[in-house]
Design a protein. Structure first.
Length: 229
């Protein structure tokens, strides 16, 4: 699938040439809601749960309850910021995995209830795939094929992306890099998450991860656009 991400992909074939979708994300310890119209983000809200700091890592049950508290108000605020009402929505997208089972269930159940009440279609989204295609929001001129560095929670991967649904995993780390930071933080009794502290100095540090390539030659040497999210 050489070429750009087309307008037909963005509108989903909507007869009026526009498609307004509410997105809901609850895969871990961040509650997020956003409104997208034809590939443009009209509004986006993210709330990171700080309650887990004292435990040195995310507690799934607590995370699920925090999502439940926040989702309704967050969706209302997201619609207001976009100057839209629930009646303007054409569909709802919600993270169905990968992630913590309890937090995912919270988001999916909320989205299903809202979709049923509004009589809207609902689609479950693989959030790693969503990370890949979020690059088209940052760079609408991006074209297939490209290579994507994906860093998300327990996933640190390099993907060769040839089109919608056409991906080839080139390599990945052995460990869960994100949670490794939290475990280090707990072992040294850091007052806040190590990953938060790491963010402050990451621009001055070069880290080398042991990528287990499935290729004899890493295909990153190809003359292709390289993006990261």
């Amino acid at each position: 699938m050489d070429g750009p991400f087309t307008d037909a992909n963005r509108t989903g074939g909507h007869q009026e040439g526009r498609l307004i979708v509410l997105g809901i994300e609850t895969s871990c310890d961040e509650t997020a809601a956003a409104i997208s119209q034809d590939g443009r983000i009209l509004s986006s809200q993210v709330s990171t749960q700080t309650i887990h700091r004292k435990y040195g890592g995310v507690v799934p049950e607590i995370a699920s309850r925090e999502h439940e508290k926040l989702l309704n108000e967050m969706v209302v605020d997201t619609l207001q910021i976009a100057n839209l009402s629930k009646a303007d929505l054409d569909g709802i997208a919600v993270t169905q995995g990968p992630g913590l089972s309890g937090t995912l269930i919270t988001g999916v159940c909320f989205a299903k209830g809202l979709a049923q009440g509004l009589q809207l279609p609902i689609i479950g989204v693989n959030h790693l795939e969503a990370h890949i295609f979020a690059n088209f929001l940052a760079d609408p001129a991006l074209t297939f094929p490209f290579i994507c560095l994906l860093v998300s929670g327990g996933h640190t991967q390099i993907w060769y992306v040839d089109g919608l649904g056409d991906y080839d995993l080139m390599g990945e780390t052995r460990d869960d890099a994100g949670y490794a930071y939290d475990r280090i933080s707990k072992s040294i009794n850091a007052k806040s998450k190590f990953r938060v502290q790491f963010q402050r100095i990451k621009n001055s540090i070069t880290l080398s991860y042991g990528i287990q390539s499935r290729y004899i030659k890493i295909r990153c040497s190809c003359q292709l656009p390289v993006c990261h999210y």
